[in-house]
Every structure is written in C-alpha cells, then in structure tokens.
Write a protein that binds this ligand. Sequence first.
Ligand code: ADP
Ligand code: MG
Length: 336
Amino acid sequence: MKVPLLKVDKLTKHYPLAAGFLTKTVPVLRAVEDVSFSLEAGETLCIVGESGCGKSTVARLLMRLVDPTAGRVLMEGTDIAGLNTRELRASRRRMQMVFQDPYSSLNPRLTAGQIITEPVENFESLSRKQRDALAADLLRKVGMRPEMMHRFPSEFSGGQRQRLGIARALALRPSLIVADEAVSALDVSVQAQILNLLLDLQQEMGIAFVFISHDLGVVEHIGHRVAVMYLGRVVELAPCEALFAKPVHPYTEALIAAAPVPDPTRVRLEAPVEGEVPSPINPPSGCAFHPRCPLAVERCRIEIPPLVSMPDGRSVACHVRSDLERAPTAQFSRSA
Ligand code: ADP
Ligand code: MG
C-alpha cells in the first residue's frame, strides 16, 4: 500500500493553564481535538477557520515544535514523535516552515545570502563560492536578483522578505512546506504574486503544502483540498472546488456566505457568523458550533458529531447535514 507523504492521526493538543488560587483542578485549554488528515506528495491542503481555532497549533505539532497530548504525525510512514534529536534534524530537511511575519522571522544582522543558505550550513559546511552559488540559485527561484544576497532584511519590502522566507525554506529541497498565514501580512497584489510563486515552485519541485489561512479567497486560489476548523476540530474536509461549490457543514456555509466576492477588496473573515466564538477552555457540549448554528437540534447539544465520509469524497462533522447527505446509502444498507 502506498504510504502518504504526511498522515495526521487523531492529533490532540491540550494546554494546562495555571490553576486558580483556591481550585485544585487545573483548567485545560483544548487547542486541537482529534484532528486527522493525510497529504500526498505535491498536494496542497489548506486549513482555514477563525482566529483561535487551532490552525497554528496544528502547524507546530506537524513540525514537532510542540508535542501532542495525543495522536500521531507520520512523515512518510515514520512517527515523528519517535525520532531522536539527530533523526528529527534529518526529518526537518524534508519539512520546512514559512511564517506569517516577514518582519520578525528574519535575523536582521545577517545578509539575505546568509539567511537563505543557513539551513544548508546547519548540515554541511560550504565554501564562500558554494554559498554564493547556492544563494544566487535560491534568489532566482523566488524571483529575486542574485546581487540582493549582500543586502540586509531592513532593505527589503514585505513581499521581498516573504520571498526570502520561502527561499530559506527551499534551501534543503523539502518535500513538504508548512506555511502559516504566509501571505496574511502582505498587500493584496503582493499576496497574489507570492501565491503564484508558491504554485510555480510546487509545479517545478513537486512540493506539498499545508497552507494555513483565515482567508477563504487565498485558500480558493491555492488549495487542492480544504480542512475547515472550528474550536480545535475539523468540521469539514473537502476537495477545494466541491467545498466552494457546495459547502455542507453549516459553519463552512456561513464562512463562504460571509466571504466577499473575490478581490480586489478582500475582506477578512474575522467574525463571519453571528455570536462569539466560544472559549476553548470551556467548549460547548456536543457539537461546539451548536450555540451559533441555525440548524441545531437537541442531539447537537449532547453528542459530538464524528467526521463522516460522504459519497462525494468529502467528510463532514454535522448530525443534521451528514444524515441528509448519507440518506440514500444508509437506507440501502439497512434494507440489505
Ligand atoms: P489560530 O492559529 O487558529 O489562530 P492557535 O493554534 O494559535 O489558533 O490557538 C488555538 C488556541 O490555543 C487559542 O485559544 C490559543 O489561545 C491557545 N494557545 C495556543 N498556544 C498556546 C500556549 N502555548 N499555551 C496556552 N494556550 C495556547
Ligand atoms: Mg495562527
């Protein structure tokens, strides 16, 4: 059987918070609950959802920057939790991360050339000539001029800095890049350039992306599949076209309904649905979306809906909608 590039299995991250002065029990913040998905080589999976729903925590778990409370991350079939320091270093060659803030993620005291070749120099020592050749090659790959290698981060625009962040991520020729809000801090026109650069690099180098964004417009542009998160859980996972053509989960529906017509006046999806996002410290019982959901029935207040596969290849965690979508097959199997 073919092993997927990345497999995430029931990943969960709880953060214990400081206990109150008089209480003994430590409250727990449920940042990520029971998240599962897989990713093939060269594929882009987008993770979308409102601020605080656990997207960055998933990214940190994938890179093993934090350890999971439960669940596993398998990279090419290997559980990254079982790796020792040396093996983890080696696995980081294959998984790289691009961060949101192109201003704070680059060391201001290093030149662009030093910044982008540093990941390689962590593994092997390069001569001056080799380093310059590598820097020139990486800069060209991200659409920048080789002579820019001598400049410092402060001399670049936001878009150029994000290109440097990408060049740095490419240096070790990874098979997976995890990009956490990688274009969110950029102007709309620059966003489009960076997204197109990522698409070109994917074509050329066969890189897979886990692309995290709160912006559905960006996701529609770049995603093959989309996972919609709400309060730590995946509520819908679908091929990109299917998700935008026909969202099934009421939360996805609300997100898409609130999303503006594509560009140029991109609006952020900070609060697309009525009501507040509940706290992950004390999440609602049953389906966490039920207090905001127009379709909620009694069962939604009691039972957590599992993520159920639909006949059209998507998965949805909704008692009301997944029953409707599944109705024909469910009836068939009962009478058989
Ligand atoms: P997103 O990236 O979707 O905005 P995050 O993954 O950053 O969401 O955060 C999910 C939840 O976990 C939030 O409620 C956040 O406050 C909480 N959280 C993230 N990191 C920590 C941490 N180190 N300690 C405690 N809580 C955290
Ligand atoms: Mg985040």
